[in-house]
Ligand binder design. Structure first.
Ligand SMILES: Nc1ncnc2c1ncn2[C@@H]1O[C@H](COP(=O)(O)OP(=O)(O)O)[C@@H](O)[C@H]1O
Ligand SMILES: O=C(O)[C@@H](O)C(=O)COP(=O)(O)O
Length: 425
């Protein structure tokens, strides 16, 4: 297997979003959880997305795990590696986008790295280096209240400069509109001034195609699924990949019980949970009890088990920004996040042991905790439930075939849970 594209994703929902985008653009793609073990049997593919849970961990650890993934991908022939970050640039001044970018750039000897979280299909656009989420700048969007990485600055040149040891430049939309050669000239100019990375504007998919053509001539890029789309289209249009038809084949039905777990506190997920209350039983976890260790996972399991025979259930820790802030004030942000994630993983593990074979998880960190606990080594990409969220089928999993959907907190329509269940047979 010689890879046309190697990808390192900093969380598992982001990885499935990217794997979905590459698949729809014609690249045969597999998502692995961490660097694959030597004995994991992978199909012949054009792209591998190595999923890490490295977005909110200590920067040094994120760097070492990303470097190991890069080494594996380059060893399989990937001349270009995309470091997949969140389309809302989720990070803090301590990292981890800057430190990982710096390390990968040093490893591959790249002079200047293109960086863009733009993903127009989901409303993420970048203009003059400022990230917009729908119609509002990032710092006015719901991301200002994210439980782990509240985003208070929309200017990504500034945000990345605070995290990186190189200077950050800008390739603006006017330059981009003049085409790939104008972008190359601007990059050469920035690089000549010792600037090692550049935020590049993008508003429409056609912008991503120009970016993809330029990025494909480099060794490394950083961004969300939008730049993934651009790279995939460049690989196809230049004949480096023969496009595979995005399969409508769903594979054999898996059946079994269905459960939904929500740990995301995004506005989108809160709305999706409210709507799910109309179609399935919903249990709201008592997060205070989780933090004080008084059997909340067992209470959830006792509630879920008798109901699962009759249909899907949803268990959620999700709360409003005010409730999240109150819990964090009592217990600390990281301790609260970690304890809730581990409780979700406990619940998922027990549910799967007792017959759940189809699992829908809302939230990137939450998905990471659940998938790690289940020890799933990788996924094949199936039908698209919503932009950025595919049905995933386990590959090489000791527990046999399972279907999962790992939903980014911010993605999906108001009826996401019902939409997912319709496609997960
Ligand atoms: N009620 C709550 N109070 C505080 N933190 C919470 C609560 N519910 C979930 N969390 C934590 O918030 C974080 C949500 O992150 P994540 O799962 O990545 O969602 P998203 O995809 O929206 O970013 C997780 O660490 C989760 O454990
Ligand atoms: O790029 C995106 O927005 C997503 O692919 C993503 O990374 C999701 O992260 P979470 O919102 O933490 O699930």
């Amino acid at each position: 297997m010689t890879l046309a594209l190697g990808c390192i994703a900093d969380d598992y929902t982001g990885a499935s979003d990217l794997a979905n985008t590459l698949t729809r653009a014609g690249l045969r793609t597999v998502q692995t959880i961490g660097v694959p073990a030597d004995d994991l049997k992978l199909p012949d593919v054009d792209a591998v997305v190595v999923s890490l849970k490295s977005r909110s961990i200590e920067a040094g650890l994120a760097v070492s795990r990303s470097r190991a993934a890069e080494k594996w991908l380059r060893g399989r022939g990937a001349s270009h590696v995309l470091f997949k970050i969140c389309s809302t640039f989720d990070s803090t001044d301590a990292g981890n986008i800057g430190p990982v970018m710096d390390a990968l750039r040093a490893d591959c000897g790249e002079a200047i790295v293109l960086v863009t979280p733009a993903f127009p299909e989901t409303g993420r656009t970048v203009y003059q280096g400022n990230l917009f989420v729908g119609a509002v700048p990032l710092n006015e969007s719901p991301l200002k209240d994210h439980p782990l990485n509240p985003m208070h600055d929309s200017n990504l040149v500034r945000v990345l400069a605070r995290q990186s040891n190189t200077q950050i430049g800008l390739v603006d939309l006017a330059t981009l509109a003049r085409g790939a050669d104008a972008v190359r000239a601007r990059l050469a100019d920035l690089s000549g001034k010792g600037i090692g990375a550049a935020i590049i504007d993008a508003v429409f998919d056609r912008d991503l195609e120009t970016i993809g053509l330029v990025a494909a001539g480099h060794r490394l890029s950083v961004g969300a699924s939008g730049i993934g789309l651009g790279l995939a289209r460049a690989l196809v249009s230049t004949g480096r990949v023969k496009p595979a038809a995005a399969s409508s084949e769903q594979g054999a039905a898996v059946g079994g019980q269905v459960a939904c777990l929500a740990g995301s506190c995004s506005q989108a997920t809160l709305q999706q949970i409210a709507n799910a209350e109309r179609v399935m039983p919903v249990l709201h976890l008592d997060t205070q009890r989780i933090l004080t260790g008084t059997g909340e996972a067992q209470r959830a399991l006792d509630w879920a088990r008798p109901r699962l025979a009759d249909g899907p259930v949803l268990i959620a820790s999700s709360a409003t920004p005010a409730d999240v802030a109150a819990l964090q004030a009592r217990h600390g942000r990281d301790a609260a996040g970690h304890a809730i994630e581990q409780t979700m993983a406990d619940i998922a593990e027990s549910l799967v042991k007792s017959g759940v074979q189809r699992l829908i998880v809302a939230g990137g960190e939450t998905s990471g905790a659940v998938v790690d606990r289940l020890e799933i080594p990788g996924f094949l990409v199936g039908a698209e439930i919503a932009a950025g969220v595919p049905v995933l089928r386990t590959v090489g999993y000791a527990g046999g075939d399972m279907l999962l959907a790992l939903k980014s907190g911010n993605f999906g329509g108001a009826e996401f849970f019902s939409d997912a269940m319709r496609l997960m047979r």
